[in-house]
Every structure is written in C-alpha cells, then in structure tokens.
Design a protein around this ligand. Structure first.
Ligand code: WTA
Length: 659
C-alpha cells in the first residue's frame, strides 16, 4: 500500500508542513510536564503499562475498594482493575466536596438565548442526588439503561451523573438525531427510561425533542417512562401522556438532596454511545466505569495541563464522546470549572464564542477544525475587539486540522502565546491517544504528534508489520489500555470482527497515518466507508439504506466530497426506479427523507441521479471512482441530468480487456 490516505483518495492536505512551534517558555515553566526530556522519561516509565496504569489509578481516582488485578486480558476482551469498587459520580462530585472544595464553581452554563447559570460542586452534587432519587422512583435500578436525549443544558450533565451514581448505564443520543434514529437506539439498548426536554435552542429555532420522543416511543416499547425538563416551553402539558411522562422539576423538588453513590465493580457498564461504522446499523460502543474514568481523568490532567484556576471550555455536545470525556467525566473528576454553551457559534452572530470567552475568562478552549474553518470564513472582524487574553491553551479534535486552520487558530485566537494540542482519539478509545503535551512537545501544524503515556500506537501494513518512517499505513494500537471500549453492546462478534480481525492481535482504528522521523503521527483520515462531516462520524451505508428505503430509489451510493468548511460533504449517486422521473423536487424530497431517517446532520449536500452505478465485475460499487467524480466535477448546469456512467463502464471494460 502506498500513502494510506491516497488509497481511497481522501487525503485532504499535502503533508509537507515543516514549521515547528516550541512550547512557549512562560507556559512551560508552570506545566505539569515541562520538557521533552521529562515527557520521554515518563513515557519510558509508562512502557510497563500495567504498572503505570495501576499507579495512575490509585493516584487519580478514589476507590471504595482497591483492585487486586490490573488487567485481565482474554483477547480481545479486557477487564481492568479487577476486584475494585468505584463510582464515577462520586469521583466527579463527592470527593471534591469532602476535600473542602464544595464552593468551587463546577459549571458555568450559558443558554443560547443568553441566560447564565452557575453551579458549585456542592450544588451540582445536590441536584445529581435529587435526579438519582427521582430516576430510582421511576423504577430504574443498577444495570437498567437510560436514554438521554436533551439540549446542552445543566440538566443534561446532571442526568448523566445521576445515572452513573446508581449504576444505570446511560445512552446519550445527540439532540440532532431524528425520531427514527432514537427509536432504533432505544431498542438496541432496551432502554427503560428516557430523559428529555420539551425543546432546545439552535440558531434561534426550537429543536422539537419531546415531539421526537413521542414519535419514537410507539416504536421502542422497552421505554416505560419519560422524564421531561421544561426548557423551551413551546408545548402544552396537555399533550403529555399522563401515565408515561413525568415533570423533572416537580419530581426533583420532591426529593431529598442525598443519594449514596453505589459502589460498583470496576467493569460495571458506565455508558453506551452509538457511533457509525462502515457497515450496518450504528454500533453501541460500551464503556465501563474504572478504566474509562481513569483514561478521562489522566488525559485531562496532562494534556490540558489542568490547573485549579482554569476555566475549561470544550465546545462539544454531551451527545458525542468528546462531550462525555471532556465536558463531563475528565474535567469534573479533576475538580475543574467547566463552561458549557447550549447553542450555535453564530447565534445570534458569529462573535458568540469570543463574547463567551471574554465574559467568563475561559483559559482553555477545545474545539473542532470545522468550527475553526467556519470562523475563518466568517471573518476576523467578529473576533477583533474581544479580549481573549484569558486563554492559555487551545485544543483541536475530531478531524485532521489543516495547517492553514492551525496557524490561524494559533495566531488569531491564541495570540501566538497559546500552545495547541491536536488530539487524536475515537469514541472507541474513550480518551485521547495521540497528542502533544503542551509544555513539552514541539508542535507542527497538522500532526497530533506523539502517543500519550501508556499507549502503544503504531503504523503497520496489512500483515501487522511496522512500516518505515514517512510511509503510509494503518494506524493501530498494540496493547490494551484502560479506557478502551469493552464491546459493541449486545454484539461481541461484531466487536471482534470490526476491531480485532483486520490485523490479528492489534486494535484497528480505521484511520490511515504515517509517522515521521521525529516520531510524530500524521493522521490521514478514514480508510473505510466512514465519513467525517463537520467532525461527525457518518456511515455511507447508513445513508444509502435511508435512501433506498424511499420508494423512488432503486440503488444508491454515497461518498464524501472534500468541503472547505466541513472537511467532507455528503454526495449521493442515486438510480431511480423505472418510470420515476428525475426532478429537482425529488432531490429535495430525498434529502429530506434522509434527514428524517437519521437526522439533520446526515442530510445530503448533493444528490445526483444516474442511470446506473459503476461496479466491479463482482458487483461492488466502485466508490473510489465516485469519490473522484464527486471531487472533480462541480455540479453546474442542469442539476437533474442523469450521469452517464455507461462511459465509465466501457472504459473499465477496455481496461480489463487490456489487462
Ligand atoms: C477522526 C472523536 C485527525 C479520526 C473524538 C477518528 C481525527 C475519528 C482527530 C473518530 C485528529 C479524531 N486528527 N483525525 N485530531 N480526532 N479524528 O469517534 O478519523 O467521533 O477515527 O471521536 O475522527 O471520531 P469520533
């Protein structure tokens, strides 16, 4: 294989960037790890990863009962910290209160319409206890699954921690998913309770969450009760199902603010989070308590170089892994002050983020390249005039950051004085795997640099053999790590097949990468049929199934097309049933159909009709070809014209004859 990223034509930027940015001396002086030498020593020390993680687990987490075995590895199934008893909610809340930090601000929240709420650690603990009591009253006990489908309001964080407190695994479904997607996730997890809100705000509009829940529940009968927060006030309670729907505010007000944190086994399931794979329906990624919490806590401490006075803002929604690990568990377990903002970066105008940073004196900002590219496009005038001097560290996550976006982020937002941590990880890895340490690692725009302590990453060929420096290959992780996924919920075979069968004995990330001669990893994007649209993972297969579920569609192929802002956009090639006429109206209908089936985030950017799809002799759609077509030809002229793939077919036939 040549450059992995080239293998499917998805490479986004030429990897020739050479500018090196050293950690600023002022930053370095106070950093937890303050030189490359110190990093290398710690890394060497962590090479005995079980000993290292055992020490980290005892140092960073509070246990009800110590563990007696660090790792039980029955490949590919891991159990970490066997015999230990622990609770994630206790680690995020009670222990800080018990240590006298109850009055420290845990959460600063801003709603999109402009209101602000603050919670100290003591207050957050009280609310979490009330919520935990309430959900117990709704018949939830240890092990029962709870779906959380909410806007990014404090109650969402409270609900997550309340589930963790009583050992009820949460399954958070991002508020942008449709009723259909919600029902299928409820069914897969066999959730018993849903926690939701009437609606949430997004760019001034109301996201009709409760209506979506009402539409989903007839198709997901395992859900017996719904706990509803009043947020938007746009629906009347007379529409509620009296037996099933419960008022959050009334129920919580009736509870005592105490609820003991349940001592749970280290491997007790903490949450399920659905993510797209290259085939079939979304996978329920299962994370368990102690190992996940350790990955979140330890990485937050080192990579964000957390200090007591920091105001930390991760802009992700709690509906994604980035929100789970770096809005909720990682920062709170470290006793950090977290900022949370409900809405869009351009509501009411594109200066919203900078106003928030100025107003709340945010010191660490963690966001996605897609947002950075949008800010660049919106223009510097929205940033100028805002005081961003409180910032001391910047982070990036979710997709490769192109050097242009990196340098703009560094100079315009960071004022040239803030290091950038470009963090590579996945829903499955639970916490950051590759990243600079801001006080230690020289950074180069476009590389996530080096593996985190105790993480054994490599770039290999299809036989699992390490490839030479500067050669593309598959990014793999060679040793189990505490925050690794434990399973795909209810589907161990798919777990083994997806992650451990491509290169036996190694965790297969699905990303292509190369390592340079300094040991920096350059991530080159997915090598499977997973799209990364605005930092969100979407499966081409899932969008294709949504399309073919429409009566007008005979066949569909979905590919990513390079997009300046979103990284990739969704381009669909569709063949229609006989007698169906292509039309602009039908294109709109198909786009809407996909949004209804999956969610607005999967709405295709482009639909192209064709009389056939180019296929190999064995009948596989030639996606690479379609990707090239999508990338090279802009859709000018008559939007409804049928593509003539007959030409391609003839070319292919000639090729094969000549071969
Ligand atoms: C991509 C998000 C390059 C990658 C935390 C990965 C990145 C997928 C980076 C996981 C990065 C994430 N540089 N690519 N810093 N971070 N990715 O599960 O393709 O939503 O496999 O987790 O995002 O996406 P997920």
């Amino acid at each position: 294989m040549s450059e992995a990223g080239h293998a499917n034509g998805k490479i986004t930027s030429v990897l020739s960037e050479q500018r090196v940015f050293l950690p600023p001396p002022d930053f370095q002086k106070k950093a937890h790890v303050s030189s490359l030498d110190a990093y290398s020593k710690l890394r060497a020390h962590a090479a005995d990863s079980e000993t290292y993680w055992a020490a980290e687990a005892r140092e960073r987490l509070s246990w009800f009962q110590d563990f007696d075995q660090v790792l039980k590895w029955q490949a590919p199934f891991a159990q970490w910290f066997v015999g230990g008893k622990i609770n994630a909610s206790y680690n995020c809340l009670d222990r800080h209160v018990e240590a006298g930090r109850g009055d420290k601000t845990a959460l600063i929240w801003e709603g999109e319409p402009g209101e602000t709420r603050r919670y100290t650690y003591s207050q957050l603990l009280e609310e979490v206890c009330r919520c935990a009591q309430a959900i117990k009253q709704l018949d939830i006990t240890k092990g029962d699954r709870v779906t959380i489908y909410m806007p990014l309001i404090p109650e969402m964080l409270i609900a997550v921690l309340a589930c963790a407190r009583i050992g009820a695994p949460h399954s958070v479904v991002f508020g942008g998913f449709s009723a259909e997607a919600l029902a299928s996730r409820n069914n897969d997890a066999q959730a018993k309770l849903m926690i939701t809100a009437d609606g949430g705000y997004r760019r001034g509009n109301i996201v009709p969450l409760k209506e979506n829940v009402d539409a989903a529940l007839p198709h997901s009968p395992s859900v017996k009760n719904v706990l509803v927060v009043k947020r938007s006030g746009h629906i009347d309670r007379s529409t509620w199902h009296q037996e099933r729907d419960h008022d959050w505010h009334e129920m919580l007000a009736a509870q005592e603010p105490f609820c003991p944190a349940e001592p749970l086994d280290s491997e007790h399931p903490l949450f399920i989070l659905y993510t797209s794979g290259s085939t079939g329906k979304p996978k329920g990624i299962l994370h368990t308590t102690a190992g996940y919490l350790l990955g979140a806590t330890s990485s937050f401490h080192y990579i964000f170089d957390h200090r007591e006075e920091d105001i930390f803002w991760c802009t992700a929604d709690l509906g994604w892994i980035t929100g789970h690990t770096y809005v909720a568990y990682g920062p709170l377990a470290n006793g950090a002050t977290v900022l949370m903002y409900e809405g869009a970066p351009n509501a009411p105008d594109p200066s919203r983020f900078w106003k928030i940073i100025e107003r709340h004196k945010v010191s660490i900002l963690y966001t996605a390249p897609t947002a950075i590219r949008a800010f660049i496009k919106w223009g510097d005038e929205h940033i100028d005039g805002h005081d961003l001097s409180s910032l001391r560290l910047l982070g990036s996550v979710g997709e490769p950051i192109n050097p242009e976006a990196w340098t703009w982020y560094h100079s315009k937002i960071g004022g040239g004085r803030c290091p950038i941590v470009d963090t590579w990880w996945q829903t499955e890895t639970g916490s950051i795997m590759i990243s600079p340490l801001p006080g230690a690692t020289p950074t180069i725009p476009g590389t996530a640099t080096r593996p985190f302590f105790g993480i054994d990453v490599d770039v290999v060929d299809k036989h699992g053999v390490s490839v030479p420096d500067n050669t593309g290959g598959f990014l793999v992780i060679k040793k189990p790590w505490p925050s690794m996924l434990r399973n795909i919920y209810g589907d161990p075979e798919r777990y083994e097949h997806t992650y451990w069968s491509h290169i036996p004995g190694m965790y297969f990330t699905g990303d292509g990468a190369r390592r340079d001669s300094h040991g920096n990893f350059w991530i080159m994007g997915r090598i499977d049929d997973v799209l990364n649209v605005a930092g969100h993972r979407l499966s081409t297969m899932e969008i294709e199934s949504a399309l073919v579920s429409h009566p007008a569609v005979a066949e569909a192929a979905v590919v990513g097309k390079p997009d300046e802002i979103k990284g990739e956009s969704i381009c669909c090639f569709v063949t229609l049933e006989a007698k169906t006429q292509p039309s602009e109206l039908l294109k709109q209908e198909l786009r809407q159909h996909v949004a209804e089936q999956i969610g607005a985030l999967a709405r295709p950017d482009e639909v192209r009709f064709s009389d056939s799809l180019p296929k190999t002799r064995s009948g596989k759609i030639m996606r690479r070809l379609l990707r090239d077509i999508a990338a090279q030809r802009s859709s000018v002229g008559d939007m409804t014209t049928l593509e003539d793939f007959g030409v391609l077919e003839r070319l292919r036939a000639e090729d094969e004859e000549n071969a």
